[in-house]
Every structure is written in structure tokens, then in C-alpha cells.
Design a protein around this ligand. Structure first.
Ligand code: FAD
Length: 371
């Protein structure tokens, strides 16, 4: 394990890095930064690691980043692999079946626990809310680097990039959970209906599910005040006429193992670095969940930034990070939004279904995953 203070072998002066947010991006960054070159302080407002959560799809590039942090084997050991991804009609007919290419379904609490345990003891932990960026951090003359890893509502982004970058609320709600049993085995995939979607997939020790639909601006689905029990009830009503597998999952689902939230995104940004302040993860590019990429890109951002900082002068490293990550993540942000519009199509749903049925042809069979 790395120690503090640094050894004299390092020629670069020790620099202070403050990371705001100990979620996926902030923990990965704290774990990967060279502890002998940087004195790292990590702010996290939550007092405990999260206990409840659903699966996150980790694509191969994100798994490479998890390997760089040193936790890939542990992630793989606890995460079922996906053989195929399928897109289905609301009734459950498969339209498209494609190989999942080594994607694994990791439990979010487990991923956070593993990332947290990879953070060296030399990182100073502050439990509490960070209230705003210091003017010193926003100056290229200061030696401090400030990293906003504080999610879609990022206080770092709003205080440095301005209030015009506050998060945007979509009218959609996401309800999700894990139910016991391997219900997913014969019916996994994403089911697209008229103005709603439902996903069924693997979870460690169970079946992961998620539903998304328009909130209808109901007060019980208002942001920050969502009544989870009511959201589950509304999902049951909404998906009542859908595939039998969906009804079975929702009948089994319990409020205590269900999460419900409104979906927020960030506005487009022209850059992730201003002077000595950088944004990573959802603070930079929160996207709708429709491509399953937000957490993947958060880990990749963190490892990319850490590797640049570990290997070159700070200002050059920050510039290189911004150049490397901006276009790809902004394209994914736009792609996810476009995918959400198609998946949750209303009036155009019959046309969409026709096109997908024609595009899919006969679904192919793929071999089962190796674990
Ligand atoms: C329904 C749904 C399904 C999803 N499914 C997938 C998927 O399958 N695959 C995938 O890759 N992604 C998925 N995502 C996206 C993924 O959850 C996010 O992209 C990811 O959590 C972003 O990580 P982050 O660390 O950047 O931000 P966050 O997870 O939001 O972490 C931010 C952290 O900062 C802390 N914080 C915030 N403000 C402050 C402050 N002022 N002071 C101190 N601490 C602060 C918070 O407590 C939190 O711990 C999904 C998202 C949703 C909503």
C-alpha cells in the first residue's frame, strides 16, 4: 500500500488534489492517483456505503479501467456475465439479439465497496458536504487541483462553470430493483412498449429489473419526493398488459428492495477543465441510462485523468484529459438521449416496432457465458 509522506525519489513537487464526491468516479480517481506524488483529500457527504442497489452493466473498456484500479478480478468474481443482449416488444417477442461481448452485471453497492477498499490509507477522507469551489483552486497560479466527481447536481460544476450548467430534469421516472431467483434466464432483455420500457437481467443472487415511463407530473413522482411504494404500484398498473415475465417480476418486487428516482441529465459542456478544476463522471456528462454507459464512462474518466496526472505536469495533464474525454462522452450523452426518445416513443411506436421487427429477422442463438 502507498504511504505518505512521499519518497525523495520523486522530482515533481507534491501537489494537493481535492476530490469532491466519493461515488464511482471519485473513488476510482482516489484509488488510481499516485499517492507519492499527490496529497489527496476526498469529500463525501454520505456517511455510509450504500447497502441497497441494482446492477450496473460494465462494458469491456470500463473493465480495463477497473483492472487499472486493481479490482477487476473481484468484480468479475461477484458479477454474472451476459451472453446476449436482446431487444423485445412489450409482449416479449425478441426483435434483436446480439452478443453481449463480455459485459458483466455488477452490483452498484459491491462496486462502490470494492472501489472504496482500493483507496490507499494516505487519502484524507472528509465526511460532509463540500459547499463550493475555492477561488484558489480556480486559479492556474495555485498548486491545488480540484476535481468535481459530485454527480449530476455537481456543486463544483455550478460554482465554476456557472448556474447555467445546473442539471436538467427529464419528465421520466426510473423504478428499479432486484428480486430473488434467476427469473432472467429465459426472458432477459429490454422490452419497449408505447411510452415505457422494462429491463430484465442478471444480478448477483437474483434478477435485476428496471422500468422507465413518463411521470405524468404526478406529485408522488416529483423529484426529491418520490414515494417508492407508489412508484412500484404505478409500474404494476402501467405494465399490467405487458409480457408475463414483466408481470411476474413486478409481482415479486418488494418496496424495500426497490429504488425510484426521476432522471436528470447535465447540459452540454464545451470542456471539462477550467484552470485547475476538472470534472469527471456524471458531474461532466450525466446521461439518460438508455445506453447503460454512465458508470462505465465515470470509471474511464477517473483512470484517464489519474494516468495523465501521474505521468506529466499538472496543467498539461488536465488539458490532455479534457481533450481525450470530451467528444466521446458528449457523443454518448447525445446518443443516450436519442435512444431514450426511441425507446419511449409514443405516437411513433407502431412505426418503430415495424422497423425493429423487420431489422431483427430471425433471432440467432449464442453460446452461454463462461461464468
Ligand atoms: C436508473 C439508472 C440506471 C443506470 N444504469 C447504468 C448501467 O447499467 N451502466 C452504467 O454504466 N451506468 C448506469 N447508470 C449511470 C450511473 O449510475 C452513473 O453514471 C454513475 O453513478 C456516475 O457516477 P459518479 O461517481 O460520476 O456520480 P454519482 O454516482 O452520482 O456519485 C457522486 C457522489 O458525490 C457525492 N456528492 C455529491 N455532492 C457532494 C458534495 N457537495 N459534497 C460531498 N459529496 C458530494 C454523492 O453523495 C455521491 O456519492 C444508471 C443510472 C440510472 C439513473
Amino acid at each position: 500500500m502507498a504511504t505518505w509522506p512521499p519518497s525523495s525519489a520523486y522530482t515533481q513537487p507534491v501537489q494537493e488534489i481535492t476530490i469532491v464526491g466519493g461515488g464511482i468516479a471519485g473513488l476510482a480517481l482516489a484509488a488510481r492517483l499516485d499517492a507519492q506524488r499527490f496529497q489527496v483529500t476526498l469529500y463525501e457527504q454520505r456517511t455510509q456505503l450504500p447497502a441497497v442497489g441494482t446492477s450496473l452493466m460494465m462494458w469491456p473498456k470500463a473493465q480495463e479501467a477497473l483492472a487499472a484500479v486493481g479490482i477487476l478480478d473481484a468484480v468479475r468474481a461477484s458479477s454474472p456475465a451476459l451472453a446476449v443482449g436482446s431487444l423485445r416488444s412489450a409482449a416479449g417477442d425478441p426483435w434483436l439479439v446480439v452478443p453481449a461481448g463480455g459485459t458483466v452485471a455488477v452490483s452498484r453497492p459491491e462496486l462502490i465497496r470494492l472501489l472504496d477498499s482500493a483507496v490507499p490509507d494516505s487519502v484524507r477522507r472528509v465526511t460532509g458536504r463540500f459547499e463550493g469551489a475555492s477561488p484558489k483552486a480556480n486559479s492556474s497560479k495555485g498548486s491545488e487541483v480540484l476535481v468535481g466527481a459530485d454527480g449530476v447536481g455537481s456543486v463544483v460544476r455550478r460554482s465554476v462553470w456557472g448556474e447555467s450548467t445546473r442539471p436538467r430534469l427529464t419528465p421520466y421516472v426510473a423504478v428499479r430493483g432486484v428480486v430473488p431467483g434467476r427469473l432472467w434466464e429465459d426472458c432477459s432483455g429490454e422490452y419497449w412498449g408505447r411510452g415505457d420500457l422494462f429491463g430484465i437481467g442478471p444480478a448477483a443472487g437474483g434478477t435485476n429489473w428496471y422500468a422507465s415511463f413518463h411521470s405524468g407530473f404526478r406529485p408522488e413522482l416529483a423529484p426529491g419526493e418520490i414515494d417508492v411504494g407508489r412508484a412500484l404500484e404505478l409500474a404494476r398498473l402501467r405494465f399490467d398488459g405487458h409480457a408475463a415475465a414483466i408481470r411476474e417480476v413486478l409481482t415479486t418486487a418488494e418496496t424495500e428492495a426497490t429504488l425510484a428516482q426521476r432522471i436528470w441529465t447535465t447540459p452540454p459542456l464545451a470542456g471539462y477543465v477550467r484552470c485547475r478544476v476538472a470534472l469527471v463522471g456524471d458531474a461532466a456528462h450525466a446521461m439518460t441510462p438508455n445506453l447503460g454507459r454512465g458508470a462505465c464512462e465515470a470509471v474511464i474518466d477517473a483512470v484517464t485523468l489519474a494516468d495523465h496526472l501521474n505521468s506529466r505536469p499538472v496543467d498539461a495533464a488536465l488539458r490532455a484529459y479534457g481533450r481525450q474525454r470530451l467528444l466521446r462522452t458528449q457523443a454518448l450523452r447525445l446518443g443516450s438521449a436519442a435512444m431514450m426518445r426511441i425507446a419511449l416513443a409514443g405516437r411513433l411506436q407502431p412505426v418503430r416496432d415495424l422497423v425493429l421487427r423487420a431489422a431483427g429477422g430471425r433471432p440467432r442463438k449464442f453460446p452461454p457465458p463462461s461464468n
